[in-house]
Design a binder for this molecule. Structure first.
Ligand SMILES: Nc1ncnc2c1ncn2[C@@H]1O[C@H](COP(=O)(O)OP(=O)(O)OP(=O)(O)O)[C@@H](O)[C@H]1O
Ligand SMILES: [Mg+2]
Length: 579
């Protein structure tokens, strides 16, 4: 726990000082409250002495003014502290979210391959929120609690050693009991978060896979899993609630025990003439004051535990290895011709499991290259490497004779219009989805692209046309999403083109339309087309046939058919299917 808090402290940098100031203010606020009873004691003694005789009102008023001033000062200190601490903590959380967001753009893609999106999201939201709430609050709460406990105890002993010693015992015994219970119940808290996580996971899974669940009639089995988790959650949740609600009972009881002891022992001491009546009043106030800091201390320790846990998860992400810094890489600002070369490229997603083996290829500017091959052959991987989404293990990829690893990544990305295998539609209007990240695209060009892919009529039939809001799950069919992403690539108008299975979800009529649009788009641009339907790539300049990460055949459609190899096998099997 301490090592993660240490990392957190070095991270928060300049925000350390406001937190430090807040801690000092809360200590000062507590001290004012702790000194107060000393004057209450003197007031009580004045009153006691005055009973039956002459009451010294001036002295009583003077002392009362001091007590009032002390309590007012405490309010002022605590008010400033309650402004400084939350605002500083929220600033730390804000900085953390910004850094996490920037970090996410610098992480290599394989980081995402190895972690769940939900988990990364949770770090950015839940964990950053915990830091925003606890960083500062738990420290100032700890400072307040400790200064109250130490101050009250010291003052009780100072006021009267015997009575002080006797009355300190119950609160501390109570605190030890609380710590013991907290320690023993820690498991329930952990189990509660685990069960909550399981519940979220199941709900998400069933929600996303709702159609599959219904189609396979798995509702009963899902209900069963849900009730099991829900039952576990109920059991752990009521236990944690029970133990949490026991804490105030314990402190309440020990306070009352303190009052009883003070009255019994105090009156004996008064009879023996060892203490005055005012001492009893002061000790009773201290016993009452000790009540809440003990609870606060327990809370602060719990808060620090969750702060440590959340910061550990955040720094785990913030300190993850990044992609290389490319700010020093420069690239001449000349138009891209489009010569592409793969030189003996080897690549593995996971160390030791090579996916692409000795891949070499030379493409002249303007050529249309098709990549075909069975599922899992490595077609998407090859274009991922060309886009520099991943770094090659060995070999190199050159565009116009310059190795892509010597160019900034953004430069490589900007050279391609890419249509991915999973069409991605985000929350926003149709138009925003079409000109994604582009600026000042004339409406005519957008409409032209949509007409070319056969989407214009559909868009015009939507309630607000091109301004209709879309989101990732609704509004468009899978094929329409593909049409939209193809139109997006056409609008981007980059020097080279990559289509990954761009027409897999559309009907033959739309496919023909898209094919025509693709022909226009790929005209004169180096293009890489990945296709399962071999009929769509017949006129490509070169067809690469891939199998298990290797190129097994290359040539034009006719050459490959004439060869009678793997391609012709694939082709005739599709042809047979058509018949
Ligand atoms: N992110 C990843 N992490 C680890 N392995 C991966 C990853 N992506 C793909 N693979 C593996 O790499 C191999 C090639 O995958 P790739 O996606 O390139 O195939 P593909 O030829 O595009 O197949 P398909 O025709 O089904 O799209 C597969 O065996 C796959 O399991
Ligand atoms: Mg693929």
């Amino acid at each position: 726990m301490y090592s993660s808090l240490k990392v957190l402290f070095s991270y928060i940098g300049k925000y350390k000082w406001p937190i430090f100031l807040g801690v000092i203010l809360s200590i000062l606020g507590s001290l004012m409250v702790v000194i107060g009873p000393q004057y209450l004691k003197r007031i009580s003694d004045e009153i006691f002495d005055g009973i039956g005789g002459e009451m010294d009102m001036d002295a009583i008023l003077f002392l009362a003014c001091i007590v009032l001033t002390l309590y007012l000062l405490s309010v002022v200190f605590n008010t400033i502290e309650s402004y400084i601490i939350p605002s500083t903590s929220q600033r730390v959380a804000n900085k953390m979210r910004r850094d996490l967001n920037a970090k996410i753009n610098r992480l290599p893609l394989n980081y995402y391959d190895n972690s769940s999106t939900g988990d990364i999201m949770s770090r950015l939201t839940n964990d950053a929120d915990t830091v925003g709430e606890q960083c500062g609050a738990s420290f100032s709460m700890l400072a307040t609690a400790l200064s109250m406990i130490i101050g009250c105890s010291a003052m009780m002993l100072y006021t009267n050693l015997t009575l002080g010693l006797i009355c300190i015992i119950p609160p501390f015994a109570g605190f030890l009991l609380m710590r013991f219970i907290m320690h023993r119940t820690h498991g329930f808290y952990v189990a509660q978060s685990v069960n909550l996580g399981k519940m979220n996971g199941l709900v998400e899974e069933v929600y996303y896979g709702h159609t599959v669940v219904s189609a396979y009639g798995a509702e009963e089995e899902c209900k069963g899993r849900f009730s099991d988790i829900n039952e576990d959650l109920y059991r752990t949740a009521y236990k944690t609630r029970f133990f949490t609600s026991m804490m105030p009972q314990i402190t309440g009881f020990v306070s009352n025990l303190g009052y009883v002891l003070t009255c019994i022992v105090g009156s004996m001491l008064v009879i023996e003439g060892e203490i005055t009546y005012g001492v009893i009043v002061a000790i009773i106030v201290y016993v009452r004051l000790l009540n809440s800091p003990l609870l606060q201390l327990a809370d602060a320790l719990g808060g620090m535990q969750s702060l440590a846990a959340s910061s550990e998860r955040i720094f785990d992400l913030l300190l993850a290895p990044e992609m290389d810094d490319e700010s020093s890489k420069e690239c001449p600002d000349v138009p891209v011709r489009g010569d592409v070369e793969f030189r003996d490229v080897n690549f593995s997603y996971i160390e030791g499991i090579e996916i692409i083996h000795h891949f070499s290829l030379q493409v002249k500017a303007g050529q249309k290259i098709a990549i075909v091959g069975p599922t899992g052959a490595g077609k998407t991987t090859v274009v991922n490497l060309l886009m520099r989404f991943y770094e090659v293990d060995s070999g190199s990829i050159l565009i116009d004779g310059i190795p892509t690893k010597d160019m900034p990544r953004e430069k490589v990305h900007s050279m391609f219009s890419m249509v991915l295998q999973d069409p991605w539609v985000f929350d926003g209007t149709v138009k925003e989805n079409l000109i994604f990240n582009g600026a000042d695209v004339p409406d005519e060009r957008i409409i032209e692209a949509c007409k070319a892919v056969g989407l214009h009529d559909l868009i015009m039939s939507l309630p607000k046309g091109y301004d209709t809001e879309l989101n990732a799950n609704t509004g468009l069919s899978a094929g329409q999403k593909q049409q939209l992403t193809i139109a997006r690539a056409m609008i981007l108008n980059a020097p080279m083109v990559i289509f990954d299975e761009a027409t897999s979800s559309v009907d033959t009529h739309t496919e023909k339309k898209i094919q025509k649009a693709m022909e226009d788009l790929t005209q004169g641009r180096t293009s890489f087309l990945i296709a399962h339907r071999l009929s769509t790539i017949r006129d490509c300049d070169l067809i690469l046939v891939m199998k298990k990460g290797c190129i097994v055949e290359t040539g034009t459609h006719e050459e490959l058919l004439a060869k009678g190899g793997f391609y012709s096998e694939l082709y005739s099997s599709q042809f047979e299917n058509c018949n």
